[in-house]
Design a protein around this ligand. Structure first.
Ligand code: NDP
Length: 245
């Protein structure tokens, strides 16, 4: 695992947005950020899942979170602009954004990739990340030193047979991250990507249905890197794709 020892209260007074916060890695990251002192903004598609995470955070007597229901597949530029305005009016600024939500699409031989599926994967995994980042950067610039984190994959810099749409989308994600990282100094925003590695979630089970879950990392196991990139210890880290394990 990424070698970082998490310090108590290291995210105190930070406001952090997590996309895909209702399930999988995003859910665990949101809960950990809240436990470490952050106010979390939970963005995702299924409201009931976000409400469950909200309730868990409230039950632990942590800072009250906010919920933003948004389907990244159909959202428009105006939706993202409105979301960012709401964040600024409610919280004043954003200290961190974990762009975690994405979709796997279908794995298939390249010549059989369904055009609509390819477009849907690109919409969620690339276009929505672009629009999210564009809308959120003004809120991130209002914080003293903020952290923008994209989510890549092992197929985000090395193509793999049958992983067409998803793999291409993760290459684009790393491109987005590198372009933004090169435009800003770390004194304002640092931009990086996480490659979580094989982690026990619904997405992983869809991709590898026969895998023994006991053999792969849990979402809790990979949290050191997720916390590190939001904590002040990473203020000088920029333009990197880091492996969580
Ligand atoms: P899950 O499928 O378990 O969770 C994905 C989350 O994203 C869910 O909360 C889901 O919401 C949300 N989401 C999906 N589509 C949309 C959408 N259109 N609009 C809004 N939210 C959406 O995936 P993981 O936790 O495994 O993956 C998290 C990230 O890590 C992804 O970017 C993935 O590519 C990456 N990753 C994961 C690996 C793994 O082994 N698990 C390995 C490498 C990379 P809802 O539940 O409401 O649909």
């Amino acid at each position: 695992m990424f070698n970082y020892s998490i310090k108590d209260a290291c995210l105190n007074n930070k406001t952090i947005l997590v996309t895909g916060a209702g399930a999988g890695i995003g859910r665990t990251a949101a809960l950990n950020y809240a436990k470490l002192g952050a106010t979390v903004i939970l963005l995702g598609k299924t409201v009931s899942k976000l409400e469950t995470v909200y309730d868990e955070i409230i039950a632990l007597d942590l800072a009250q979170p906010a919920i933003i229901p948004l389907d990244l597949k159909g959202a428009t530029k105006q939706n993202y602009i409105d979301m960012a305005s709401t964040i600024i009016s409610q919280f004043g600024h954003l200290d961190g954004a974990l762009l975690n939500a994405s979709t796997l699409g279908e794995l298939s031989p390249f010549t059989q990739i369904n055009e609509q599926m390819f477009t849907d994967v690109m919409n969620v995994n690339v276009n929505a990340q672009f629009l999210l980042a564009q809308a959120l950067i003004p809120a991130l610039l209002l914080a003293p030193k903020s952290s923008l984190v994209f989510t890549s994959s092992g197929v985000g810099n090395q193509g793999r047979a049958y992983w067409g749409a998803y793999s291409v989308s993760k290459f684009a994600t790393e491109g987005l991250m590198q372009v933004i990282a090169d435009e800003y100094d770390t004194s304002v925003i640092r931009t990086n990507a996480i490659n979580p590695g094989a982690t026990d979630t619904n997405m992983r089970a869809c991709a590898f249905p026969a895998e023994d879950k006991a053999e792969i990392a849990t979402t809790e196991d990979i949290m050191p890197l997720y916390v590190y990139l939001m904590a002040d210890d990473s203020v000088e880290v920029n333009g990197q794709t880091l492996k969580a394990q």
